[in-house]
Design a protein around this ligand. Sequence first.
Ligand SMILES: NC(=O)C1=CN([C@@H]2O[C@H](COP(=O)(O)OP(=O)(O)OC[C@H]3O[C@@H](n4cnc5c(N)ncnc54)[C@H](O)[C@@H]3O)[C@@H](O)[C@H]2O)[C@@H](O)CC1
Ligand SMILES: Nc1ncnc2c1ncn2[C@@H]1O[C@H](COP(=O)(O)OP(=O)(O)O)[C@@H](O)[C@H]1O
Ligand SMILES: [K+]
Length: 486
Amino acid sequence: MPTAYTADQIRTAERALMARLPDGTLMDRAAAGLAAVCAGLLGKVYGTRVLLLIGSGDNGGDALYAGARLAGRGARVEAVLAGAKTHEAGLEAFRRAGGTIAGPDALDQADLIVDGLVGIGATGALREPYARLAEAANAAPGLVVAVDVPSGVDASTGQVAGAAVAAQVTVTMGARKTGLLVDPGASHVGELELIDIGLGPYLPDPDVVSLSHHDVYGLLKRPMGESDKYRRGVLGVAAGSDRYTGAAVLAVGGALRAGAGMVRYVGPGEPVTQVRARWPEAVITELSEPSIDEVGRVQAWVLGPGLGTGDWAHELAARVLASDVPVLIDADALTLVAGDRALLRRTAPVLITPHAGELSRLLGADRAAIEAGRLEHARRAAAELGVTVLLKGSTTVVATRDLPVRVNGTGTAWLATGGTGDVLSGVAGALLAQGLDCFDAGSCGAYLHGLAGRIAADDAPLTAADVAEAVPAAIRMLRGASRSPR
Ligand SMILES: NC(=O)C1=CN([C@@H]2O[C@H](COP(=O)(O)OP(=O)(O)OC[C@H]3O[C@@H](n4cnc5c(N)ncnc54)[C@H](O)[C@@H]3O)[C@@H](O)[C@H]2O)[C@@H](O)CC1
Ligand SMILES: Nc1ncnc2c1ncn2[C@@H]1O[C@H](COP(=O)(O)OP(=O)(O)O)[C@@H](O)[C@H]1O
Ligand SMILES: [K+]
């Protein structure tokens, strides 16, 4: 399971490792790894032009030593010294290898730009001249390689407070940093290369994790010889209204494609007609009253997509939440819960699946602040509400109390289209009904939904229905990883 750590965690681990090694060993390992990645990108090193952006700390030291190695292989390497001071030994090695000092104008001539401005020692927005240099590097024609962290990205949170380097490749030392996995930081990383500097044994429990194909394959249930539709898990879907019918169709579709043994759909007349027409597999109860008394037994509920927020919807939500099975609360039901927190007083588990706007209503927090600090707000919601939180968006994060947050990296921005969230609620709901707990159902659901989005999009627009169709293909993709842990 890929892991990531805060800057403080990394610093503590580095101190412990450094105490056992001769001075300079770690930086040497870091620089060797960085130079190797740069050489690989350049292809033929001899005769290429490399420009280093050097800040005042050890991040600049890494870049200078790597620059020295590239100069030793015949690259023409120049450095822009941006800080009030410069890593002295690194600069000496760089000069000895034939490296020279340049002004920012040299950026435009470089085949490769190495961002050694700041790493895990950075605090707050980039100051000048760093901010200007970061923007100039982004505008220059050469490939940009960030050392450890793209400068301007907060290594611990992924927050970006001002200008930031947008790298094509980030070479990170020892362990992944949380900020490299969470947007807006994650979208500045490009390809992520991890260099082993021997930190592994000194790392604590991770701050966040992300699942791999292998992890998800291991968590999903597969039908066995003795399975039947009831044993595989029956999902109830309380969604849709006469005004919003599509959400019900999409949520039921997501659930069927993710392998629910059976889906029981409940709703009023109009969405019932639509769901019946699209999904003959679903067992349908048309509601004239907001009650689930006539609905057979289910192992979990999805509550909310397209449900509306009036009295009828409120009453239906209260009935569903009064049941003794896990409930996934999405969309309109989140608005109902934001207005009436008492709905959340139940003993069976709850998984909520808000986007930033819905979470802002639940927490009374600013939407932009949630988008800038996704992890912090997902953790806060899990703690305050006592539920598992799947916060949707450019990086989906899943938080529950007392465990490292799971960060989902499988999505694609093509998913930013109406109705894909309804499909996600069906997918994650089906996993809940199959017996996964809220944390596994949410994180595996987001993983499959993201993969299905990629398959459906294939670099072109998708519809929410396409995403549901692609869920079985996403599950099949996991098979290949079943025997090769990563
Ligand atoms: N400590 C170690 O053993 C290792 C450190 N390594 C490298 O060292 C880096 C950490 O080095 P440092 O702790 O020296 O810290 P950094 O090099 O990340 O940055 C610290 C310097 O940047 C300045 N600074 C901080 N915030 C700024 C801002 N917003 N705008 C402009 N300047 C700012 C500070 O005044 C300070 O001089 C890692 O990211 C990694 O690249 C690696 O070589 C691996 C081993
Ligand atoms: N920029 C993005 N990159 C990746 N995934 C995204 C992005 N924007 C939205 N998504 C995903 O698309 C889905 C949208 O869900 P939601 O906001 O509920 O929309 P809707 O209510 O229209 O279904 C979520 O799974 C979300 O994580
Ligand atoms: K950097």
